[in-house]
Design a protein around this ligand. Structure first.
Ligand code: ADP
Ligand code: GN1
Ligand code: MG
Length: 364
């Protein structure tokens, strides 16, 4: 058995996994949680699970977070079953710990949770097949429709001020002011860009758009695409489901998926907003939302893409200035590289704003 197993045996033994453990590997490319895939044998058949250590620095109250997830997944299961779907595959299914709780706190005080592994489906870090991107849009739109009448007041705010871009700007300014790592001098251009575009911080909140139950982290790799049907089978990473703006869910998907390059590409000449992908996503998201988006939301979809790109670039820069404590990094300057792609992408979107608006007008 590998080192991971030796270290985590105690944790794994506290979940209701049937069968015998055969394999455990680190898994996925999320920036926040520590994710592992486990494989068990039961009655001669393989069964896989996801095990995650929740990031305590990011989520200060993992118990409330799991209450949200239990609430939202039970709701989705009911709706999925009513429409004749397969609730084992079309939403996350939490595996309880031995005492029946939705999480387990280990001897070091870390919080763990487990899900069924969604088989025969893939989460992509970049668009490989253009139609998959359209399907992801339908699924994220649908997710919002399914949760449209969810009792929003029962949801805990898992990360306060998560998409409060004004507050993000204040935190960024504090990070520049403190400059704890002495990195501000080398990123003056990036700092100036964020400051120059400050009006983006309040452009959405000025509009009086409806608060909805939204996902808030709609990256392409937070959706499982079915390997056979190529439909967006299951929306995952439900940690940030909270009241929010529909245009932010739209915008974050565009930021990540409609870019011609990876989020951490170092060659900035490769980074642009692909308008064909923008169009596919727009069509899919509007369809998936099933007529629920208001005129003002539809008109601000392109703004949502710009604001999410701006906010994310600012968050990467803030984390770089603060010494990379929030987002996982895999090389020096990783957060700076990520910040630079977002700036490049936003510059391109600013030039393409009218074209993006024309595209939305075609589908609204
Ligand atoms: P993070 O918050 O760190 O992004 P995620 O919950 O998104 O964590 O999980 C990281 C990755 O693990 C996902 O992008 C996906 O590839 C994979 N993953 C997570 N949950 C499942 C699941 N239930 N079935 C299959 N793959 C999963
Ligand atoms: C994080 O967890 P993950 O990797 O899906 C982050 C998002 C950022 C994204 C940037 C809880 O998403 O807000 O947009 O990285 N999630 C959290 O890639 O902060
Ligand atoms: Mg994720």
């Amino acid at each position: 058995m590998n080192d991971f197993l030796d270290e985590r045996k105690e944790v794994i033994a506290h979940f209701q996994f049937p069968g015998e453990l055969k394999e455990a590997i680190s898994y996925g490319n999320g920036h926040i949680n520590d994710t592992f895939r486990l494989m068990f044998w039961e009655d001669g058949k393989q069964k896989r699970y996801i095990l995650q250590k929740m990031n305590k620095e990011v989520f200060h109250n993992p118990v409330e977070l799991m209450e949200n997830i239990m609430g939202v997944t039970s709701w989705l299961k009911k709706k999925i079953t009513e429409r004749g779907g397969d609730s084992e595959r079309e939403t996350l299914n939490v595996i309880p710990d031995l005492s029946g709780k939705s999480y387990y706190q280990d001897i070091h005080g870390e919080y763990w949770r487990a899900y069924n592994y969604i088989e025969h489906a893939t989460s992509f870090d970049q668009v490989q097949n253009r139609d998959d991107f359209y399907q992801s849009a339908v699924a994220f739109g649908n997710f919002q429709s399914l949760l449209a009448d969810y009792p929003a007041d029962t949801l805990h705010e898992t990360i306060p001020h998560f998409h409060d871009t004004v507050d993000r700007f204040l935190k960024f300014s504090q990070a520049v002011g403190k400059d704890v790592c002495g990195r501000a001098r080398e990123v003056q251009e990036e700092i100036a860009f964020v400051r120059k575009n400050r009006e983006l911080t309040h452009i959405l909140t000025d509009q009086n758009m409806p608060l909805r139950v939204t996902h808030n982290d709609t990256k392409l790799n937070n959706i499982m695409i079915d390997d056979e049907t190529h439909k967006g089978i299951c929306v995952i990473d439900l940690d940030t489901v909270m009241p929010g703006l529909a245009v932010n869910d739209f915008g974050d998907s565009i930021r990540f998926g409609a870019s011609t390059a990876a989020e951490d590409e170092q060659d900035l000449s490769k980074v642009a907003c692909d308008l064909e992908l923008f169009e596919l996503y727009t069509k899919g998201f509007i369809e998936g939302c099933q007529g629920k988006l208001t005129e003002i939301e539809l008109n601000h979809l392109p703004t949502g893409a710009m604001v999410m790109t701006y906010e994310c670039g600012m968050r990467f820069l803030t984390d770089y200035l603060e010494g990379d404590h929030y987002f996982k990094i895999h090389r020096p300057n990783h957060n700076l590289d990520r910040c630079r792609t977002q700036i490049q992408l936003l510059k391109d979107m600013q030039q393409k704003l009218e074209q993006m608006r024309d595209i939305v007008n075609k589908y609204k």
